[in-house]
Write a protein that binds this ligand. Structure first.
Ligand SMILES: NC(=O)c1ccc[n+]([C@@H]2O[C@H](COP(=O)([O-])OP(=O)(O)OC[C@H]3O[C@@H](n4cnc5c(N)ncnc54)[C@H](O)[C@@H]3O)[C@@H](O)[C@H]2O)c1
Length: 254
């Protein structure tokens, strides 16, 4: 393994790590030697995933919390303090994607989407950022979306607004935290094969059209998003901060 990709001795926290992209990210960091905290709002998912990692000889802790709940997020970082005494990488991955016309969107669902996707990113960044500042550095990665940067989807206004908010927040955090040795980047996946996109992927006509517009000609795998996160968190990306990275098979080249 190239030394840049050896995360032994590093502590990595991934939110929404019970399945999909978050699970692939946490598995990639654990395989690279990191101690990992797996967060999710669904207990079974993270507890099973953490148990599986421990069976493989990895150092893994599950923590059940809603990222939109300040008390839950604070408790999670206290548990990380108690177990490891540091946090080197935070991946804000937890997210929800309601599908609705703007004309029918309930205010409750709009607010919940912003709370989970955007406020959750803020709350975890605040807790991790304080610790990273005290320890002299760290890396934060926000899993946004092409929907928040360059590609309107359809019937996903709250989602797109929250993801654009994450991209703006990433730049502010990168600017503010650079002096503390903390790098902050956003990752903007295209359509990735996970449970979140199951319904979308069942529409074969729409998918055929979508695939035909992807230069690489296929949807993405969660592991391909995880690979970008591993690079962004590594010293190989030591001069990289404040950017929003597409991982979408070339669909958006801006
Ligand atoms: N799959 C895609 O095509 C795609 C594309 C672009 C961006 N993304 C983003 O990537 C991230 C992961 O997506 P995915 O496809 O793996 O989704 P997913 O639905 O398969 O998994 C998301 C996980 O987050 C957890 N979660 C939801 N709300 C939470 C909360 N309040 N607190 C803690 N955990 C919570 C869920 O329980 C679930 O385990 C999301 O932020 C999503 O917006 C996904």
């Amino acid at each position: 393994m190239h030394p840049h990709y050896d995360f032994s001795g590093k502590v990595v926290c991934v939110t929404g790590a019970g399945r999909g992209i978050g699970l692939a990210i946490v598995q990639a960091f654990a395989t690279a030697g990191a101690s990992v905290c797996l967060n999710d709002i669904v207990a079974d998912r993270v507890e099973q995933a953490a148990a599986q990692l421990r069976k493989e000889g990895r150092d893994a802790m599950a923590f059940v919390a809603d990222v939109a709940d300040p008390a839950g997020v604070a408790s999670m970082f206290e548990a990380i303090d108690q177990r490891w005494g540091r946090v080197d990488v935070l991946v804000n991955n937890a997210g929800i994607e309601p599908v609705s016309s703007i004309l029918d969107h309930s205010l409750e669902e709009w607010r919940r989407t912003l709370d989970v996707n955007l406020t959750g990113t803020f709350l975890c960044t605040k807790e991790a950022g304080r610790r990273m500042r005290a320890q002299g550095g760290g890396v934060i990665i926000n899993i946004a979306s092409i929907a928040g940067k360059s590609q309107p989807l359809y019937l996903r206004s709250a989602y797109a607004a929250s993801k654009a908010g994450q991209v703006g927040f990433t730049k502010e955090a990168a600017r503010e935290f650079a002096v503390y040795g903390i790098r902050v980047n956003a990752v903007c996946p295209g359509v990735i094969i996970t449970p979140m996109t199951k319904r979308l992927r069942q529409n074969e006509n729409q998918m055929a059209r979508w695939r035909s517009e992807i230069p690489l000609g296929r949807l993405g795998e969660a592991e391909e998003v995880a690979a970008l996160c591993l690079w962004l968190a590594s010293d190989a990306a030591s001069y990289v901060t404040g950017a929003a990275w597409h991982v979408d098979g070339g669909k958006n080249m801006a």
